[in-house]
Design a protein around this ligand. Structure first.
Ligand code: FES
Length: 120
């Protein structure tokens, strides 16, 4: 396990891992190459999947309130029109954009925090 403090050059944390309930999700703001975006962070133990908080159906946020998502049986359900996405790969398996994907964003868990990669 990596216990050394993050180097001075490490990108700022998006959030602490323990701010995301295990099996749950939250939304954070991040500055990506394309500009500022809201990200969905989905936690499974020590692993975090991240996606842009933009539904491929109509381009709306997926949360029903800021950082609050509908999660059921390994899926994430868009609060706007009910598109249902696999949490593990972002594939829409039911609803109006079936077959499309959420856009994945690479994140890493280091020192108890969720971060963008160093080279982001
Ligand atoms: S905007 Fe998400 S299902 Fe329509």
């Amino acid at each position: 396990m990596d216990t050394a403090p993050p180097p001075e050059s490490a990108p700022p944390a998006l959030c602490r891992l323990d701010e995301i309930p295990d099996g749950g999700a939250t939304a954070v703001d991040a500055v990506l190459a394309d500009g500022a975006e809201s990200l969905i962070l989905l936690r499974h133990g020590e692993q975090v999947h991240a996606y842009l908080n933009i539904c491929p159906h109509a381009g709306r946020r997926l949360d029903y309130a800021p950082g609050k998502f509908l999660l059921k049986n390994g899926t994430l359900i868009c609060a706007v029109h009910g598109a249902t996405f696999n949490q593990a790969d972002g594939l829409c398996i039911a609803g109006p954009c079936r077959g499309e994907h959420l856009r994945a964003v690479e994140v890493r868990v280091r020192h108890g925090a969720v971060r963008l990669p160093d080279d982001a």
